[in-house]
Design a binder for this molecule. Structure first.
Ligand code: CMC
Length: 428
């Protein structure tokens, strides 16, 4: 392949270098486009063809259904690693040795408390507040309690900020749920693993001990691994772009949480369950909802179907579908919602509308079903996604700062009014 791409504008030719990634992906480097062409820019709404950065964290091939963190396949990681190992891998680039992992875990545990005054902020939210809004606010508020800025050139400083947020975030996650349900706020237990601690902090009742269920621990561990990173998706790009102004780690993460909340992104897991419930309430007629999804005059979309980059299948969905079956079997759950989900899935996979547009079930189609079986309330589903995505956001923020990337500041093609004289109010 040539190492240059040529662009012709008004008979003038411009050359741009071609870059090849380690997985042979090809990119035209247009850094010099605007300068050399006297102001020409590219337009790419939704960034469907735009690489915003070079990254060594996650490789994704949507056509082949491949997802790898730092070179390791998601299938192998989900089967053989635990969440904390994956967190370390994503952020620091290599799987930890036992000593590294032990130190990492104990450094996190050492910081596993949140300033008690954070409870006052939480207290001010009405119970009706959506936990994603509360989580985003509390994550942002942490900046006020731990204000020292991170010196990104200091490995120690960077490490401390990272273990600090990894320690405190699960506490905020649990508190958002407990607040909504009127439960007293709990801290974790240093004798428990990261994921066990999350479950205990969420579910422990005031009057009894919390008994760990290994099936739930294993399912949540897997879910968190599957959600841990997904290269330059909407929330991750948000974290990178917020951090590119040198905004701190916590507030950059808070903006990622807000971006994740939307139903086209992380909010889809809640939307899937609400959709399935609505279909059930409406008599369970999946065909009616299939028709709505295909009707261009109807804004309804089949939630949990389709993906910006996966045009074959979502490899996470395959793993999670199996996990969902296992959890439901092990827990002996019989859920009519599941039958509706299976019916919809079957119909969509055979329907030319979905087949032609390469719309397959995505990770969120199944994750809500497991969360529901685990007893996690529906409004917490996206919060659980945020807990899983936290290491990916941190890894991407760290990479962006360590590569000293420039501030993210896209251009636009202006299509508004041209220059016109001001009209005084009586003449309007
Ligand atoms: N139901 C019905 N039609 C759909 C759906 C759907 N779920 N998704 C896409 N389409 C149609 C869309 O109408 C369009 O049709 P046409 O070509 O006739 O105009 C075509 O498929 C392409 O859709 P698009 O909106 O251009 O695709 P996109 O890449 O911009 O959007 C998506 C991707 C995930 C936002 C979209 O598929 C969607 O809205 N899905 C439902 C929400 C969802 O499940 N989101 C979770 C994504 S996975 C978790 C995560 O990583 O965030």
């Amino acid at each position: 392949m040539s190492d240059k791409a040529t662009l012709e504008i008004n008979g003038e030719k411009y050359e741009f270098p071609i870059k090849i990634g380690t997985e042979n992906e090809v990119a035209i480097d247009i850094k010099s486009l605007r300068g050399s062409t006297n102001g020409v820019i590219t337009i790419d709404p939704g960034y469907k063809n735009t690489g915003s950065c070079e990254s060594a964290i996650t490789f994704l091939d949507g056509e082949k259904g491949i997802l790898r963190y730092r070179g390791y396949s998601i299938e192998e990681l989900a089967e053989k690693a635990d969440f904390l190992e994956v967190v370390y891998l994503l952020i620091f680039g290599e799987l930890p040795t036992q000593d590294q992992l032990d130190k990492f875990e104990s450094d996190i545990k050492e910081r596993s408390m949140v300033d008690d005054d954070v409870k006052k902020i939480l207290d001010a939210f009405p119970k009706s507040a959506h936990p994603m809004g509360v989580l985003s606010s509390l994550t942002s508020a942490l900046t006020a309690f731990y204000p020292s800025s991170v010196d990104v050139n200091s490995e120690d400083d960077m490490y401390n900020a990272i273990v600090r947020i990894l320690a405190k975030f699960p506490i905020l996650v649990a508190w958002t749920m407990r607040k909504k349900h009127g439960l007293p706020l709990e801290y974790g237990d240093d004798n428990l693993g990261y994921v066990e601690n999350v479950l205990k902090m969420m579910f422990k009742k005031p009057s009894s001990d919390y008994e760990q269920n290994p099936i739930l621990v294993n399912a949540l561990d897997k879910l968190l691994i599957l959600h841990a990173d997904h290269e330059q998706n909407c929330s991750t790009s948000t974290v990178r772009i917020a951090g590119s102004s040198h905004a701190g780690l916590f507030v950059s993460l808070a903006s990622g949480i807000s971006a994740l909340w939307g139903p086209l992104h992380g909010g889809a897991n809640q939307a899937v369950l609400e959709m399935l419930e609505a279909i059930k309430q409406d008599g369970g007629d999946t065909k009616k909802y299939m028709a709505k999804a295909k009707d261009k005059n109807d804004p309804f979309r089949l939630m949990g179907f389709g993906h910006r980059v996966y045009k074959n299948f979502d490899p996470r969905a395959k793993i999670i579908k199996k996990a969902a079956d296992e959890v439901l079997n092990d827990l002996g759950v019989e859920d009519p919602i599941l039958d509706i989900a299976k019916g919809l899935e079957k119909e969509a996979l055979e329907d030319p509308y979905f087949v032609d547009r390469k719309l397959y079930p995505n990770v969120d189609f199944y994750s809500g079903i497991i969360y529901r079986a685990m007893g996690i309330p529906v409004e917490m589903f996206t919060v659980m996604f945020a807990l899983g995505r936290l290491p990916g956001w941190i890894a991407q923020w760290r990479e962006m700062r360590m590569r000293n990337e420039p501030i993210g500041r896209p251009r636009q093609l202006y299509i508004g009014a041209t220059h016109r004289p001001f009209k005084s109010i009586e003449k309007r």
